[in-house]
Design a protein around this ligand. Structure first.
Ligand code: KG4
Ligand code: ZN
Length: 410
């Protein structure tokens, strides 16, 4: 039973664990029940995006603000942890304020605060956690610790809800980003709730043994003089590579042991050796690096500096990555006879990956769910959505909450 608190003539029952406040207006036996949505402020700072969002009932995005640090890390070709923490410190307060304002709310209207506990960069995580704890204390609101990877899973549910679709559970979920490439079986626990607001259970089915897929994109783009991050530009170059002959072919990666594991570092090294052995790439790489140094990093500026051979190479690299991701995920889905596949993380924005999943899943009678591009990459709406189901399950943190850089889901 919940506790009743007298508030402006309203009796508010709180703490009934359902995540729902039930307001009872009453005199003379006249009761009216009204469900009030539960609004969670999500905070994300695990890597190089400072993000805050407000999500109602784990489904409706009221606001989502992302401050990207890409411009700061670009010249180093990857995320520099010290710079990331410093930038999170600068951004966290204005980003949270903006998210609350865009939701048309005041901080005091927030019902709970969800914050990424890990995995990620320890210094970066600590900025979000410390701010989340401080806010929770000052406002007297519950604090919910969230696993960043579970956030990526919830990004898929948020998108499905927007589109009026429902992902049937159990499902197979591929999380594929700059830091992760991992396959899970996702189930709702046996509380009877079979949707995204249920407490979800995970079983790891496979993961990368070396580089993440997004990391391979970033490294290949760097060695080809195509800037950082690599995914978006390689995606677009591959899309205009029709008719470019293949300068090299990359075979499927065979895995000893768990056939659902991934490996991308061999592919990246194969691209490196191919480029080294073919001296004719060197000049165009130098010209693209010079363009990048002038700040000309847009696709439209770099594309004319790419020969047909380079476009063919990029297409073959992407074909190999996409084939591995799709084949292993579909194999997992078929092994478990699930009807839904969820794909999330930065690389889920890739157009060929999306198209190939659609093509491959139709004849197998499996439905594939992706977040929108904005929800694929790191954001806080997914953290707020994951926090909602954890809040309903009674999972709360106290002031001893600490960052866990290697937190796992399963
Ligand atoms: O999820 P995310 O924003 O951050 C991590 O948690 O890592 O993912 C960023 C990664 C980067 O490696 C980036 O190159 C990759 O996602 N990425 C893409 C695309 N857009 C972003 N990879 C392939 N194709 C894309 N369109
Ligand atoms: Zn991520």
């Amino acid at each position: 039973m919940g506790r009743f608190v007298q508030k402006n003539g309203l009796h508010e029952r709180s703490g009934n664990g359902s995540g729902e406040r039930v307001l009872a207006y009453g005199r003379r036996g006249m009761f009216r029940k009204q469900s009030v949505s539960l609004r969670v402020l999500g905070i994300e700072s695990s890597c190089d995006e400072t993000a805050a969002a407000v999500v109602a009932d784990g489904r409706e995005i009221l606001s989502s603000v992302v401050a990207s640090q890409i411009d700061i890390h670009r010249k180093y070709g990857g995320v520099v942890p010290e710079l990331a923490s410093r930038e999170h410190l600068r951004q966290i307060v204005p980003v949270v304020r903006e998210a609350v304002a865009q939701a048309g709310m005041q901080l005091a209207d927030v019902d709970a605060i969800g914050v990424t506990q890990g995995p990620g960069l320890v210094g970066a995580l600590l900025v979000g956690i410390t701010y989340g704890k401080t806010l929770a204390q000052a406002l007297g609101k519950p604090l919910v610790p969230v696993n960043h990877l579970e956030g990526h899973v919830h990004a898929v549910f948020l998108e499905a809800h927007k589109a009026g679709r429902r992902a049937k559970l159990p499902a197979v979920c591929l999380i594929v980003s700059g830091g992760h490439t991992v396959l899970y079986e996702v189930k709702a626990d046996d509380s009877g709730v079979q949707d995204a607001s249920a407490r979800l259970r995970y079983r790891k089915m496979g993961q990368t043994r070396d580089d993440a897929a997004g990391e391979a994109y970033d490294k290949v783009a760097k060695l080809l003089g195509l800037g950082y991050p690599g995914g978006p530009i390689l995606d677009r170059l591959a899309a205009v590579s029709n008719g470019a002959p293949a300068p090299v072919k990359f075979g499927a990666t065979k895995m000893k042991g768990n056939a659902l594991d991934f490996s991308f570092s061999g592919l990246k090294t194969a691209v490196l050796y191919h480029v080294r052995e073919n001296g004719d790439y060197a000049e165009e790489i130098r010209s693209r690096e010079a363009a990048l140094a002038r700040g000309e990093r847009k696709f439209e500026q770099l594309m004319p500096l790419c020969s047909a051979k380079t476009r063919g190479l990029v297409r073959e690299f992407q074909n190999a990555v996409v084939r591995d991701l799709v084949e292993r995920t579909m194999k997992a889905a078929e092994e478990l006879s699930v009807e839904s596949v969820l794909v999330s993380g930065g690389v889920a924005a890739n157009s060929q990956l999306r198209a190939t999943f659609e093509e491959r899943s139709k004849p197998a009678d499996i439905e594939v769910f992706f977040p929108s591009r904005a929800l694929s990459t790191d954001n806080a709406a997914m953290i707020a959505a994951a926090a909602y189901s954890r809040f309903r399950a009674g999972i709360l943190a106290d002031t001893s909450l600490n960052a866990d850089p290697s937190l796992t889901l399963a």
